[in-house]
Design a protein around this ligand. Structure first.
Ligand SMILES: Cc1cc2nc3c(=O)[nH]c(=O)nc-3n(C[C@H](O)[C@H](O)[C@H](O)COP(=O)(O)OP(=O)(O)OC[C@H]3O[C@@H](n4cnc5c(N)ncnc54)[C@H](O)[C@@H]3O)c2cc1C
Length: 237
Protein backbone atom coordinates (compact mmCIF):
# COMPACT_ATOMS: atom_id res chain seq x y z
CA UNK A 1 0.00 0.00 0.00
CA UNK A 2 1.25 3.49 -0.82
CA UNK A 3 -0.35 6.27 1.19
CA UNK A 4 0.47 9.44 3.07
CA UNK A 5 0.69 9.29 6.86
CA UNK A 6 0.33 12.21 9.25
CA UNK A 7 2.83 12.79 12.08
CA UNK A 8 1.11 12.80 15.49
CA UNK A 9 3.92 12.72 18.04
CA UNK A 10 7.72 12.64 18.47
CA UNK A 11 9.33 11.28 21.62
CA UNK A 12 12.95 10.85 22.68
CA UNK A 13 13.23 7.18 23.67
CA UNK A 14 16.99 7.06 24.38
CA UNK A 15 20.04 9.27 23.92
CA UNK A 16 19.85 10.86 20.42
CA UNK A 17 17.12 8.38 19.54
CA UNK A 18 13.61 9.41 18.58
CA UNK A 19 10.32 7.65 18.00
CA UNK A 20 7.83 9.10 15.51
CA UNK A 21 4.15 8.15 15.66
CA UNK A 22 1.78 8.50 12.71
CA UNK A 23 -1.95 8.18 12.20
CA UNK A 24 -2.66 4.63 11.02
CA UNK A 25 -4.31 4.72 7.57
CA UNK A 26 -7.83 3.32 7.51
CA UNK A 27 -7.94 -0.49 7.17
CA UNK A 28 -4.14 -0.62 7.23
CA UNK A 29 -2.82 -4.09 8.02
CA UNK A 30 0.70 -5.24 8.85
CA UNK A 31 2.35 -7.96 10.91
CA UNK A 32 4.49 -7.28 13.98
CA UNK A 33 8.15 -7.16 12.88
CA UNK A 34 7.55 -5.87 9.33
CA UNK A 35 8.85 -2.58 7.91
CA UNK A 36 7.83 0.13 5.44
CA UNK A 37 9.61 2.77 3.36
CA UNK A 38 9.02 6.40 4.32
CA UNK A 39 9.62 9.19 1.78
CA UNK A 40 9.96 12.88 2.67
CA UNK A 41 7.48 14.99 0.68
CA UNK A 42 8.99 18.09 -0.99
CA UNK A 43 11.96 18.29 1.41
CA UNK A 44 13.86 21.60 1.57
CA UNK A 45 17.09 19.75 0.72
CA UNK A 46 18.16 16.31 -0.41
CA UNK A 47 21.42 14.38 -0.87
CA UNK A 48 22.73 11.45 -2.88
CA UNK A 49 21.12 8.93 -0.48
CA UNK A 50 17.68 10.19 -1.56
CA UNK A 51 14.48 11.02 0.29
CA UNK A 52 13.38 7.54 1.39
CA UNK A 53 14.46 5.19 4.18
CA UNK A 54 13.11 1.86 5.39
CA UNK A 55 12.06 1.65 9.03
CA UNK A 56 10.65 -1.26 11.00
CA UNK A 57 7.37 -0.76 12.83
CA UNK A 58 7.95 -0.27 16.56
CA UNK A 59 4.22 -0.45 17.15
CA UNK A 60 2.18 -3.62 17.19
CA UNK A 61 -0.82 -4.09 14.88
CA UNK A 62 -3.26 -3.98 17.82
CA UNK A 63 -2.06 -0.47 18.74
CA UNK A 64 -3.92 2.62 17.55
CA UNK A 65 -1.06 4.36 15.71
CA UNK A 66 1.95 3.27 13.70
CA UNK A 67 5.46 4.24 14.77
CA UNK A 68 9.13 4.11 13.83
CA UNK A 69 12.33 4.91 15.74
CA UNK A 70 15.82 5.85 14.71
CA UNK A 71 19.16 7.11 15.96
CA UNK A 72 19.32 10.79 14.99
CA UNK A 73 22.49 11.07 12.93
CA UNK A 74 23.39 14.26 11.12
CA UNK A 75 22.24 13.10 7.67
CA UNK A 76 19.98 15.21 5.46
CA UNK A 77 17.08 12.78 5.75
CA UNK A 78 17.26 12.51 9.52
CA UNK A 79 17.68 16.26 10.09
CA UNK A 80 14.46 16.84 8.14
CA UNK A 81 12.65 13.96 9.86
CA UNK A 82 13.65 15.25 13.30
CA UNK A 83 12.31 18.74 12.54
CA UNK A 84 9.08 17.57 10.90
CA UNK A 85 6.09 19.51 12.24
CA UNK A 86 3.25 17.69 13.96
CA UNK A 87 0.58 17.25 11.27
CA UNK A 88 3.13 17.04 8.44
CA UNK A 89 2.98 14.00 6.17
CA UNK A 90 5.37 11.34 4.85
CA UNK A 91 4.66 8.92 2.04
CA UNK A 92 4.49 5.35 3.37
CA UNK A 93 5.11 2.34 1.11
CA UNK A 94 4.61 -1.03 2.78
CA UNK A 95 4.34 -3.21 4.76
CA UNK A 96 7.13 -5.49 3.62
CA UNK A 97 9.20 -8.32 5.05
CA UNK A 98 8.84 -11.59 6.88
CA UNK A 99 10.83 -10.87 10.04
CA UNK A 100 7.86 -11.96 12.11
CA UNK A 101 7.37 -14.22 15.11
CA UNK A 102 7.04 -17.94 14.33
CA UNK A 103 3.60 -19.46 14.83
CA UNK A 104 4.44 -22.55 16.94
CA UNK A 105 4.12 -21.26 20.49
CA UNK A 106 5.96 -24.19 22.09
CA UNK A 107 9.20 -23.10 20.34
CA UNK A 108 10.96 -20.34 22.33
CA UNK A 109 12.15 -17.11 20.71
CA UNK A 110 15.56 -15.61 21.55
CA UNK A 111 16.21 -12.08 20.36
CA UNK A 112 19.90 -11.07 20.37
CA UNK A 113 20.00 -7.42 19.49
CA UNK A 114 22.38 -4.48 19.45
CA UNK A 115 21.02 -0.95 19.88
CA UNK A 116 18.42 0.33 17.42
CA UNK A 117 17.99 -3.16 15.92
CA UNK A 118 15.40 -3.63 18.64
CA UNK A 119 12.67 -1.74 16.72
CA UNK A 120 10.88 -4.76 15.16
CA UNK A 121 11.36 -6.71 18.39
CA UNK A 122 9.37 -4.16 20.39
CA UNK A 123 6.54 -4.69 17.90
CA UNK A 124 6.68 -8.51 18.11
CA UNK A 125 6.88 -8.68 21.92
CA UNK A 126 4.09 -6.12 22.38
CA UNK A 127 1.79 -8.05 20.00
CA UNK A 128 2.59 -11.47 21.56
CA UNK A 129 1.90 -10.00 25.01
CA UNK A 130 -1.39 -8.52 23.84
CA UNK A 131 -2.42 -11.83 22.24
CA UNK A 132 -1.31 -13.74 25.38
CA UNK A 133 0.62 -16.26 23.27
CA UNK A 134 2.58 -18.98 25.08
CA UNK A 135 5.94 -18.26 23.36
CA UNK A 136 8.81 -18.15 25.86
CA UNK A 137 10.74 -15.04 24.77
CA UNK A 138 14.15 -13.79 25.87
CA UNK A 139 15.56 -10.46 24.72
CA UNK A 140 19.31 -9.93 25.10
CA UNK A 141 19.66 -6.23 24.28
CA UNK A 142 23.12 -4.66 24.17
CA UNK A 143 23.71 -0.91 24.23
CA UNK A 144 26.79 1.18 25.01
CA UNK A 145 25.25 2.57 28.20
CA UNK A 146 21.82 2.32 29.82
CA UNK A 147 20.95 5.79 28.45
CA UNK A 148 21.42 4.48 24.89
CA UNK A 149 18.85 1.67 25.31
CA UNK A 150 15.62 2.31 23.35
CA UNK A 151 12.36 1.11 24.97
CA UNK A 152 14.00 0.04 28.26
CA UNK A 153 10.93 1.15 30.26
CA UNK A 154 8.57 -0.50 27.76
CA UNK A 155 10.38 -3.81 28.05
CA UNK A 156 10.31 -3.63 31.84
CA UNK A 157 6.53 -3.10 31.68
CA UNK A 158 6.17 -6.01 29.26
CA UNK A 159 8.05 -8.34 31.64
CA UNK A 160 5.43 -7.54 34.27
CA UNK A 161 2.51 -8.07 31.87
CA UNK A 162 3.95 -11.19 30.24
CA UNK A 163 5.37 -13.95 32.50
CA UNK A 164 6.83 -15.65 29.38
CA UNK A 165 9.05 -12.67 28.55
CA UNK A 166 12.55 -12.10 30.00
CA UNK A 167 14.43 -8.86 29.35
CA UNK A 168 18.21 -8.90 29.74
CA UNK A 169 19.64 -5.40 29.22
CA UNK A 170 23.40 -5.38 28.56
CA UNK A 171 25.81 -2.45 28.84
CA UNK A 172 28.87 -2.76 26.56
CA UNK A 173 30.85 0.24 27.87
CA UNK A 174 32.92 -1.43 30.57
CA UNK A 175 33.87 1.94 32.12
CA UNK A 176 30.25 2.54 33.28
CA UNK A 177 30.24 2.09 37.07
CA UNK A 178 26.58 2.43 38.14
CA UNK A 179 25.29 -0.71 36.40
CA UNK A 180 24.42 -3.93 38.15
CA UNK A 181 23.30 -5.96 35.11
CA UNK A 182 25.07 -7.82 32.32
CA UNK A 183 28.03 -6.05 30.77
CA UNK A 184 30.43 -6.47 27.86
CA UNK A 185 29.79 -7.74 24.35
CA UNK A 186 27.44 -10.67 23.81
CA UNK A 187 29.57 -13.82 23.73
CA UNK A 188 28.97 -17.56 23.92
CA UNK A 189 29.12 -17.65 27.72
CA UNK A 190 26.48 -14.95 28.00
CA UNK A 191 24.16 -16.76 25.58
CA UNK A 192 24.62 -20.06 27.43
CA UNK A 193 23.70 -18.38 30.74
CA UNK A 194 20.18 -17.72 29.40
CA UNK A 195 19.62 -20.42 26.78
CA UNK A 196 19.89 -23.90 28.25
CA UNK A 197 19.27 -25.90 25.05
CA UNK A 198 20.93 -23.89 22.27
CA UNK A 199 19.04 -25.68 19.50
CA UNK A 200 15.58 -25.32 21.06
CA UNK A 201 14.75 -21.71 20.14
CA UNK A 202 14.40 -19.71 16.97
CA UNK A 203 16.84 -16.78 17.09
CA UNK A 204 16.01 -13.30 15.84
CA UNK A 205 18.81 -10.88 14.91
CA UNK A 206 18.22 -7.39 13.54
CA UNK A 207 20.08 -4.13 13.09
CA UNK A 208 23.07 -2.78 11.17
CA UNK A 209 24.55 -5.41 8.85
CA UNK A 210 27.88 -5.83 10.65
CA UNK A 211 26.20 -6.46 13.98
CA UNK A 212 23.81 -9.05 12.55
CA UNK A 213 26.68 -10.88 10.80
CA UNK A 214 28.79 -10.99 13.98
CA UNK A 215 25.99 -12.47 16.08
CA UNK A 216 25.05 -14.96 13.35
CA UNK A 217 28.69 -16.16 13.26
CA UNK A 218 28.69 -16.50 17.03
CA UNK A 219 25.55 -18.68 16.93
CA UNK A 220 26.96 -20.80 14.08
CA UNK A 221 30.17 -21.30 16.10
CA UNK A 222 27.92 -22.69 18.86
CA UNK A 223 26.54 -25.22 16.34
CA UNK A 224 23.11 -23.58 16.18
CA UNK A 225 21.27 -24.84 13.10
CA UNK A 226 21.18 -21.92 10.61
CA UNK A 227 17.57 -22.73 9.75
CA UNK A 228 16.77 -21.50 13.25
CA UNK A 229 18.26 -18.03 12.74
CA UNK A 230 16.04 -15.26 11.34
CA UNK A 231 17.62 -11.92 10.45
CA UNK A 232 16.62 -8.41 9.40
CA UNK A 233 19.58 -6.41 8.12
CA UNK A 234 19.17 -2.63 8.28
CA UNK A 235 21.07 -2.13 5.01
CA UNK A 236 22.13 1.51 4.66
CA UNK A 237 23.20 1.92 8.26
C1 LIG B 1 14.34 -3.72 6.43
C2 LIG B 1 14.98 -2.50 7.06
C3 LIG B 1 14.54 -2.04 8.28
C4 LIG B 1 15.13 -0.93 8.87
N1 LIG B 1 14.67 -0.50 10.08
C5 LIG B 1 15.26 0.57 10.66
C6 LIG B 1 14.78 1.06 11.92
O1 LIG B 1 13.82 0.54 12.49
N2 LIG B 1 15.42 2.11 12.46
C7 LIG B 1 16.49 2.71 11.84
O2 LIG B 1 17.05 3.67 12.38
N3 LIG B 1 16.95 2.30 10.66
C8 LIG B 1 16.35 1.24 10.05
N4 LIG B 1 16.82 0.81 8.83
C9 LIG B 1 17.94 1.54 8.20
C10 LIG B 1 17.46 2.85 7.58
O3 LIG B 1 16.72 2.58 6.39
C11 LIG B 1 18.64 3.78 7.22
O4 LIG B 1 19.45 3.17 6.26
C12 LIG B 1 19.50 4.09 8.42
O5 LIG B 1 18.71 4.59 9.47
C13 LIG B 1 20.61 5.09 8.05
O6 LIG B 1 20.05 6.25 7.52
P1 LIG B 1 20.84 7.63 7.64
O7 LIG B 1 19.97 8.69 7.02
O8 LIG B 1 21.33 7.81 9.02
O9 LIG B 1 22.14 7.40 6.79
P2 LIG B 1 22.37 7.61 5.22
O10 LIG B 1 22.25 9.04 4.82
O11 LIG B 1 21.52 6.64 4.47
O12 LIG B 1 23.89 7.15 5.23
C14 LIG B 1 24.65 7.10 4.11
C15 LIG B 1 25.95 6.41 4.39
O13 LIG B 1 26.77 7.15 5.29
C16 LIG B 1 27.06 6.43 6.46
N5 LIG B 1 26.90 7.32 7.62
C17 LIG B 1 26.13 8.42 7.66
N6 LIG B 1 26.22 9.02 8.87
C18 LIG B 1 27.06 8.29 9.61
C19 LIG B 1 27.56 8.40 10.93
N7 LIG B 1 27.19 9.38 11.76
N8 LIG B 1 28.41 7.45 11.36
C20 LIG B 1 28.79 6.44 10.54
N9 LIG B 1 28.37 6.31 9.28
C21 LIG B 1 27.51 7.21 8.81
C22 LIG B 1 26.10 5.27 6.47
O14 LIG B 1 26.67 4.10 7.03
C23 LIG B 1 25.79 5.03 5.00
O15 LIG B 1 26.72 4.18 4.41
C24 LIG B 1 16.22 -0.27 8.22
C25 LIG B 1 16.64 -0.73 6.96
C26 LIG B 1 16.04 -1.82 6.38
C27 LIG B 1 16.52 -2.28 5.04
Amino acid sequence: MITNVKLLKKTEIAKDTMAFYFEKPENYEYRAGQFADYTLINPPETDEEGNARGFSFITAPYEENIGIATRLRNTTYKRILKDLRIGAELKLDGPYGDFTLHKTESIPAVFIIGGIGVTPVRSMIAQATHDKTAHKMILLHANRTAKDAPFAADFERLTIENPNFTHIPIVTDTSVSDWGGERGHVDSNMIKRYVVDLNAPIYYLSGPEGMVKTIRQLLVSLNVNEDKIKTEEFTGY
